[in-house]
Write a protein that binds this ligand. Structure first.
Ligand code: SAH
Ligand code: CA
Length: 214
């Protein structure tokens, strides 16, 4: 399900800051060479993440789900000097492709790219984060939230992507619901009811849940 009329989406993209040449080529190469390219954040969401990061001016960012690095590079655009982004992905097949783009991005020194299972890596991180972007396997969104919240500074933010799941989070009563959809329904309810965070669900692209730790 598309949430916006195509013309409105096109108008929004055409009235949004352009992608850098590097991001444009990362976008293009991902579509040409990598499986499931629709997972890449893309122009509009990428500019949104960059803008949010520039508003927060984070010193430490954690990203769960690197894929080919598009959102990581966008998020780095708001880092303070000497800031750092840790990004985790379980898929080692993407490593060479992704590292090449990090190397050309100008943010190579700021990016700590870890290959492995985020569920195992996050508990080992000693940093306190200003911003966390949750964008890996949907089934573990609630676990990622619970693992990360204690590592976010009071006033810091978490953003979770794809929380509208192409509209599948709305289901008729008694419908058979697949596991990913159920996990996102549970995640959205859990964070909405959690008094440790304030939240807004923005229906941008596939839905972004923005959370601030109180
Ligand atoms: N953030 C990227 C897209 C991420 S796609 C962008 O916006 O461009 C989701 C990624 O999560 C995939 O690359 C997948 O390999 C990764 N992933 C899935 N399960 C994971 C896990 N348990 N730990 C770390 N990464 C995982
Ligand atoms: Ca995503």
């Amino acid at each position: 399900m598309k949430f916006l009329a195509e013309e409105i989406e096109e108008y929004s993209v055409s009235h949004t800051e352009r992608e850098s040449d590097l991001l444009k080529s990362l976008n293009r190469e991902t579509y040409a060479k990598v499986l499931n390219p629709r997972m890449l954040s893309g122009h509009l969401q990428g500019r949104f993440l960059s803008m949010i990061s520039r508003m927060i001016r984070p010193d430490r960012i954690l990203e769960i789900g690197t894929y080919t690095g598009y959102s990581a590079i966008c998020l780095c655009e708001g880092l303070r000097p000497d800031g750092k982004l840790i990004t985790i992905d379980i898929n080692e097949e993407l490593e060479t492709f992704t590292r090449n783009f990090f190397a050309g991005s100008g943010f190579d020194q700021c990016i700590d790219y870890r290959i492995g299972n985020a569920l195992e890596i996050i508990p080992l991180l000693g940093d306190t984060f200003d911003l966390v972007f949750i964008d890996a396997d949907k089934i573990n969104y609630s676990s990622y939230f619970n693992l990360c919240l204690e590592k976010v500074r009071p006033g810091g933010f978490l953003i979770a992507d794809n929380v509208l799941w192409s509209g599948k989070i709305i289901q008729p009563k008694d419908a058979k619901i697949d596991k990913d959809t159920q996990a996102l329904i549970d995640f959205n309810r859990m964070v909405h009811e959690d008094s440790r965070v304030s939240n807004v669900l923005l229906p941008i692209r596939d839905g972004l849940m923005i959370l601030q730790k109180i």
